[in-house]
Design a protein around this ligand. Structure first.
Ligand SMILES: O=C(O)C1=C[C@@H](OP(=O)(O)O)[C@@H](O)[C@H](O)C1
Ligand SMILES: C=C(OP(=O)(O)O)C(=O)O
Length: 443
């Protein structure tokens, strides 16, 4: 990834425009795994242009021109089933590198336990620090052969399939990452004995598990979820076409921009009020900041109305990817809110809590931890300086801080291409509503 920095400033604080967001990364990555699991019975439209999705598509369908098919927004299925055994054989000596894509890493882990052959899955330096032991342990209990080629509990992992199912029941910790659970659920219909999955302890990021089950339902998969147990019997994936909704996590940055503008009227086509994405909760969160959301004409209209922010506590357990967006907005407005549900942020693209603390200090704002809750202290907030924001290989650091350009005279953002992970056109879209973006250097 390039390490070029950009200088960004806002020409006006009165914003209006239409922003066409790319498809949801989470929905796309599930749909692509379902397409592969179902050998093409499931097809996908409006697939995301996120680099994480393009990478996954490239791995699952090597014979398709991946970027072109992602851009067209439709992934077609090959008419002839591909001979996967030769692909798998060639991968024994060539590890599959999923870069920084967390969901792709986790979803492919269960997927490859069902395939014939041996593969090694690896990723970026950060991916090798993101835990996968909980998922590997569960799959081993079911009968999978998986080992670690570097450090126990972390990628790279070597998977030898196909799994000979030993057990129909497995329990899994719910409070580290919901992606382990989604990975098992996507594979469950193809397990000979089906799967009883017992979720131990609290379930974090629950809407993502609900999204997985809702998408499985679209492909005709029957399941039950009683108390802490999800049961999926063995059954085939049915033919279906999944249409991916635009990405609500990407939409959150437009809500943040609206919240920091003097006036804002923005239209985001394709989004509706009944999303599978838990991050659609941004509408409710941002209502506290005076941003109204009106669903009409096939999309959502955001409008800024004058409002004093009163809400003091924001919880992100169900929508962790919104945390940075909302914390930065509160800091910019000098609103000393308290944040909960940030536990899983430390194992994402970077330690997001630490990254927020270091970068917010540049505008004199502190984010202070006390008994697992985090409180903003804006008493020494200073918006008069020009700052340079580091992004820590984290797309959401770049996009969550970009709205600050509306309240600072000038700012720089390091390594701006990091946004490609989920939202490749983010900077172009900002320019379209009146931001000035200047690329400074390319090391
Ligand atoms: O399943 C998914 O698509 C995701 C689940 C969440 O991760 P955790 O379950 O690890 O919180 C979220 O942060 C990530 O961006 C996408
Ligand atoms: C955490 C994220 O993604 P992943 O876990 O898929 O890398 C994210 O997009 O914020």
């Amino acid at each position: 990834m390039s390490s070029a920095a950009i200088k960004i400033s806002a020409e006006t604080k009165k914003l209006s425009g239409t922003i066409h967001l790319t498809g949801s990364k989470s929905e796309s990555n599930r749909a692509l795994i379902m397409q592969a699991m179902s050998k093409g019975a499931v097809t996908v439209t409006n697939v995301s242009e996120a680099a994480d999705t393009v990478t996954l598509l490239g791995i699952l369908q090597p014979s398709l021109p991946t970027e072109a098919s992602a851009k067209e927004g439709k992934v077609t299925t090959e008419s002839e089933p591909r001979d996967q055994s030769s692909d798998l054989a060639s991968r024994i000596s060539h590890p599959i590198d999923i870069g920084p894509a967390g969901t792709a890493m986790r979803f492919l882990t269960a997927y490859y336990t069902l395939q014939d052959g041996e593969v090694t899955l690896t990723g970026s330096a950060r991916m090798k620090q993101r835990p996968i032991g909980i998922l590997v342990d569960a799959l081993r209990e079911l009968g999978a052969e998986i080992d670690y080629t570097e450090n126990d509990g972390y990628p790279p992992i070597r998977i030898k399939g196909p799994l000979k199912q030993k057990s129909e029941r497995v329990s899994i910790k719910g409070d580290i990452s919901s992606q382990y659970i989604s990975s098992l659920l996507l594979a469950a219909p193809l397990l000979e004995k089906g799967l009883y999955l017992d979720i131990e302890g609290e379930l974090t990021s629950k809407p993502y598990v609900e999204m997985t089950l809702a998408m499985l339902s679209q492909a005709g998969i029957r399941y039950t979820w009683d108390a802490n147990t999800i049961h999926i019997p063995n059954q085939p994936y049915a033919n279906c076409e999944i249409s991916v909704e635009p990405d609500w996590s990407a939409a959150s940055y437009w809500y943040a921009i609206a919240a920091l503008a003097d006036e804002a009227e923005l239209f985001l086509p394709g989004l509706n009020g009944y999303s599978l994405q838990g991050d659609s909760k941004i509408t409710e969160i941002m209502a506290n900041f005076g941003i109204t959301s009106q669903f009409k004409d096939g999309g959502v209209f955001l409008k800024k109305e004058p409002k004093t922010v009163e809400r003091k506590i924001f919880d992100f357990k169900e929508c962790p990817d919104l945390a940075q967006t909302v914390v930065v907005v509160c800091a910019a407005l000098g609103h000393d809110a308290t944040f909960t549900g940030l536990e899983t942020l430390k194992i994402k693209e970077t330690d997001r809590v630490n990254a927020l603390q270091v970068e917010l200090a540049k505008i004199g704002v502190k984010l202070i931890e006390k008994n697992m809750t985090y409180k903003l202290d804006c008493s020494e907030r200073d918006l008069s300086k020009s700052i340079t924001v580091n992004t820590y290989d984290d797309h959401r650091m770049a996009m969550a801080f970009a709205p600050l350009a509306l309240v600072l005279n000038e700012m720089q953002i390091e390594d701006h291409r990091v946004v490609e992970k989920s939202y490749p056109h983010f900077w172009k879209d900002l320019e379209s509503i009146g931001y000035n973006i200047e690329v400074l250097n390319s090391k």
